[in-house]
Write a protein that binds this ligand. Structure first.
Ligand SMILES: NC(=O)c1ccc[n+]([C@@H]2O[C@H](COP(=O)([O-])OP(=O)(O)OC[C@H]3O[C@@H](n4cnc5c(N)ncnc54)[C@H](OP(=O)(O)O)[C@@H]3O)[C@@H](O)[C@H]2O)c1
Length: 270
């Protein structure tokens, strides 16, 4: 299937590693010019070089902190100045602390919402004027299944994700008349640097070892394993394309059918 992505301009926040890097690589492989945004220049430049070498695509590495409105606005302005337009925004830079109610501080809650939710708000707000002018645009929000499949050991990510999912569906209602469409993608566990951190927090809060926590995560997924980054990136690439433009104001899980209550049900068996 020709995804008709050749010549499109895509922005991937958090594109220097993990899922974001795999998405940037997949979009570049389909012929997009891609701007990747992250905070650490060295990792970002290395990712840009790697993707460029693998795909031959135009890649721009843009240093910005998605928790800072001015930096986000400047990054988006710079990308438009460089590429002339933005067809696709993939909001992906996110992290929210694991932990349980009695140990999470106000700062933990605020930091989770600050990046994982407000970071998506900031980037979307910055691209919308350009997409409105173009009368076309696609926003794919990489969120997470804990916004709809709740668990007590992921309450900050769960809250931030539920907010992002609501935002996605709400904005689809507002901007469709400008031919701008929105979709959310909800992964379950995916093998990345971030997953290693999450599983450590999960093990601590469930009072089990990290091996046991990993085993519980896999056992809660009917397919018996966590996802690889490419499995998420392939779906996002299709959704970013014109072919999927009509998939609007909705969300799609890519979590192997995970049933989170099974993780807790294994409490005595781990
Ligand atoms: N991995 C999973 O199991 C999983 C499951 C469900 C949902 N998700 C979601 O998928 C997305 C990607 O997760 P991942 O596991 O690939 O994460 P990751 O490996 O930790 O990568 C995070 C990326 O975001 C960037 N980033 C972090 N803070 C930033 C900030 N303040 N401003 C700009 N960029 C920032 C990082 O680069 P710098 O540190 O250099 O800024 C990096 O490029 C996240 O939104 C996450 O919530 C992940």
């Amino acid at each position: 299937m020709d995804l008709k992505l050749t010549g499109k301009v895509a922005v991937v926040t958090g594109g220097s590693q993990g899922i974001g890097k795999a998405i940037a690589r997949a979009l570049a492989g389909e012929g997009c010019a891609v701007a990747i945004i992250a905070r650490h220049k060295e990792t970002l430049d290395a990712a840009a070089g790697e993707i460029k070498a693998a795909t031959g695509a135009r890649i721009s590495a843009v240093v910005a902190d998605m928790t800072k409105t001015e930096q986000v606005n400047r990054a988006i302005e710079g990308i438009v100045a460089e590429f002339g337009r933005i067809d696709i925004l993939v909001n992906n830079a996110g992290a929210a602390p694991g932990g349980v109610l009695e140990t999470l501080s106000d700062e933990d809650w605020e930091s989770g919402l600050q990046l994982k939710f407000l970071g998506y708000v900031r980037a979307t707000r910055a691209v919308i004027p350009y997409m409105k002018k173009q009368k076309s645009g696609r926003v794919v929000n990489l969120i997470g299944n804990d916004g709809i499949k709740h668990s007590y050991w992921e309450i900050v990510p769960g809250a931030a994700n539920a907010a992002g999912q609501n935002l996605t569906l709400s904005l689809a209602g507002q901007y469709g008349r400008f031919n701008i469409s929105f979709v959310a993608v909800n992964p379950g566990p995916v093998r990345t640097e971030r997953w290693d951190g999450l599983i450590k927090a999960m093990a601590r809060d469930m009072k089990i070892t990290t091996d046991q926590a990993n085993a519980r995560a896999a056992a809660s997924i009917p397919l018996g394993r966590i996802a690889e980054v490419e499995e998420v990136a392939d779906l996002v690439t299709y959704l970013a394309s014109e072919r999927a433009h009509y998939v609007n104001g909705t969300m799609i899980e890519v979590d192997g059918g995970q049933q989170k209550p099974l993780m807790d049900a294994m409490r005595d068996k781990a």
